[in-house]
Design a binder for this molecule. Structure first.
Ligand code: IVH
Length: 669
């Protein structure tokens, strides 16, 4: 056959198999047969390079590393959706819709799954995939074209030359994430908390070859161009064009039918391969959508219905206490592993001893658990009728489970503490915190390796991390430590030694009250650890009293921290081991009169972007950023794994808790 014809035939066949495998989830050929097609295509293109087109499947491997982040203006803003949580709110939406349209108008809704991933905009022109972009703040997103090219669920060409701007969601299948997390745990790496964060992170990797290796999928749910009169017609057309759609939408002629869909869908969503957190209800007729228009943040023609967090029952096998970096003991329930909201859970925090007493959680109890904000598992209640005979109330530990020192309970506090400053449990937690990404960012240092290092006496204080390069022989004695992993570990320690900012080092030390925002302010002032350490306490006090954003309590905490002989010794040791940590000059931040002027924010939890990038967005929009929620804090921007303290403080001060997406909408004004 002539090479050019064979080339198009192979491209078409591979595209069809990609669709069958990645979208329909029913492969038609074996991996081996697929690889053979691919190999033939590769060989053909090597012999005839002129045949390579942007739509060839060989162009999906990634490799054209992105030079950094390029922004794209969304031609049409990417709006987000208002949320409802119950029937009444949904009926209220229906009423607003009917009030907004001519009286007696016939309204059809499309009900469809709300996919829980990262939103994506994709543009096809002249039948070719041209652009992929993240949502960003809705007006400006990030150009991820080269990353999207590696997602095999998304065709590189479609048989329609008109421009198609599509909105959809990049998702990870639950089974794919489970597999990856098992590997990560085996390699001592932290597992990904949920598919949403992983999807958003992988989509934006600068090295597109890495994206190519990740099991990302995508589904489209909106066509921006008005090629069809209704939404359901558009979805059908997208499907015909070979574009991935969820295929789970239903046309409803009343709000009652929508409610029935919501109930039916709830029963089957667990069995879907990807996570969904609700149902999106959209007006079908595009003309009616136009009549209703939008508010500054949301369309008036669509709304999300969010399901309550999934609850499941499991059995408590034990209650142990984790030692935190301040010495605080947190009771944790060990559970029979169960799957909740898509991940397998075997531990749940019990917060503090008062919480355990109040819920009366006992070993052997059947408990109802849920993931708060769908992330951290919580014990909601005990099923008393199932309590086994003889189950004893839990007794809080009298001695630290890590070092055996007697514990103390501070007056009026629910927390038990191990007061031993040399406690190894505490040291492990300190080292863990010290080396996380917001701090010294030492790659490849997971929890179990930290445990081994401390237990083997190789790490006796924080600074010892940087002495590890001279202990290669001892490191190699550790279980599962080969030459290669040792080299990698030492390389990442070396890079942390040279490449961190002073603000990161200060944050990593975990000085009480000093979060990353205040640490940056202090670091800006002193530039490096040596300068701060060697400035007399009185001088530090008087200098910081002049600095905006650093109050007297914080100054006290900082001065007291470095007044402590052990802390000083560790700091000096860090310097002598060659930890550089210089703070770069910051670009002067011109705080304009922006949409966030007069408002203050605290950002917390695990977020989809680095926290300092989010801080910078807030500041650029005129908002103030603080480490803690205090009186007058307007918003708490909460990611995943948000601690109780922050939530309680928000409640106390009337601070509104919002998501990262809500923040983006506020910033967009
Ligand atoms: S439509 C103007 N449909 O939910 C309406 N969004 O909270 C545009 N999402 O940013 C969105 N599944 O990332 C739509 N079937 C679906 C969806 C969906 C998930 C996400 C989307 C959006 C967010 C809004």
């Amino acid at each position: 056959m002539n090479p050019s014809r064979r080339h198009s035939q192979l491209c078409r066949e591979i595209a069809e198999h990609d669709h069958a495998y990645y979208v329909l989830d029913v492969p038609k050929i074996s991996d081996r047969q697929y690889d053979a097609l691919f190999a033939e295509l590769g060989a053909l293109e090597r012999a005839h390079p002129e045949l390579i087109t942007p739509a060839s499947p060989t162009q999906r491997v990634g490799g054209s590393a992105r030079e950094g982040v390029t922004k794209v203006n969304h031609e049409h803003p990417m709006l987000s959706l208002d949320n409802t949580y119950d029937e009444a709110q949904l009926r209220e939406f229906d009423r607003r819709v009917r009030d907004g349209l001519k009286s007696g108008a016939v309204v059809h809704y499309v009900a469809e799954p709300k996919l829980d991933g990262a939103s994506l905009s994709v543009v096809y022109k002249d039948g070719l995939f041209k652009l992929g972009a993240t949502r960003g703040d809705g007006k400006v997103g990030e150009d991820v074209t080269e990353n999207v090219r590696t997602i095999r669920a998304i065709p590189l060409s479609i048989p329609d030359a008109r421009q198609h701007t599509l909105r959809g969601e990049v998702v990870i299948y639950k089974r794919d994430l489970e597999r990856i997390n098992e590997l990560r745990l085996a390699n001592d790496e932290e597992p990904f908390a949920n598919p949403r964060n992983a999807a958003s992170g992988w989509l934006r990797l600068l090295d597109t070859r890495q994206t190519a290796e990740r099991p990302l999928r995508a589904f489209f749910y909106e066509l921006v161009e008005r090629h069809y009169p209704s939404h359901h017609a558009a979805l059908q057309a997208l499907d015909k064009l070979g574009l991935p759609t969820h295929g789970l939408h239903e046309l409803c002629t009343s709000v009652d039918e929508v409610l029935a869909f919501i109930e039916r869908f709830d029963k089957r969503r667990d069995s879907l391969p990807y996570e969904t957190d609700g149902v999106v209800v959209k007006i079908d007729e595009l003309v009616q959508r136009d009549l209703l228009g939008k508010t500054s943040r949301f369309p008036r023609w669509a709304i999300a219905y969010k399901y309550a967090a999934e609850q499941v029952t499991t059995v408590v096998r034990g209650i142990e206490s984790d030692v935190g970096r301040s010495g605080a003991l947190t009771p944790v329930a060990n559970l029979d592993p169960v799957s909740v909201s898509g991940t397998v859970v075997s531990r749940a925090s019990l917060h503090n001893i008062d919480y355990v007493a109040e819920k009366d959680v006992r070993v052997g109890d059947s408990v109802v658990i849920e993931k708060a904000g769908e992330i951290i598992p919580q014990v909601v209640s005990v099923e008393l009728e199932k309590r086994p005979k003889g189950a004893e109330p839990w007794t809080p530990p009298t001695h630290c489970p890590a070092c055996g020192h007697a514990v103390v309970r501070a007056q009026d506090m629910a927390a038990l503490r191990c007061p031993n400053s040399k406690c190894t449990g505490r040291l492990k937690a300190l080292v863990f915190y010290f080396t996380r990404r917001t701090g010294m960012d030492v790659d490849r240092l997971g929890w179990s390796l930290i445990e081994q290092l401390v237990d083997a006496g190789l790490v006796r204080d924080l600074a010892d991390i940087f002495a590890l390069p001279s202990k290669r022989e001892q490191l190699l004695q550790l279980p599962r430590m080969g030459d290669k992993s040792c080299d990698n570990l030492l390389a990442s320690i070396e890079s942390a030694k040279q490449g961190r900012k002073f603000s990161q080092l200060l944050t990593a030390l975990g000085v009480p009250l000093l979060g990353s925002v205040a640490a940056t302010t202090v670091a800006q002032h002193y530039r490096n650890l040596r300068a701060l350490l060697h400035a007399p306490a009185e001088q530090v006090r008087s200098e910081l009293s002049e600095v905006h954003g650093i109050g007297p309590k914080l100054t006290d905490s900082l001065v007291n921290y470095f007044d402590d002989a052990h802390h000083r010794a560790v700091a000096e040791k860090l310097l002598s081991l060659g930890v550089v940590a210089e703070e770069p000059e910051r670009e002067a931040l011109v705080v304009v009169d922006g949409p966030l002027s007069g408002q203050s924010f605290c950002v917390t939890g695990v977020l989809s972007r680095p926290r300092d990038a989010i801080h910078a967005d807030i500041q650029k929009a005129g908002g103030e950023v603080h480490d803690r929620v205090k009186k007058g804090t307007t918003y708490l921007v909460a990611g995943d794994k948000v601690g109780d303290t922050k939530r309680k403080a928000a409640q106390k001060h009337g601070t509104k808790v919002i998501t990262e997406q809500d923040l983006a909408a506020l910033v967009a004004g």
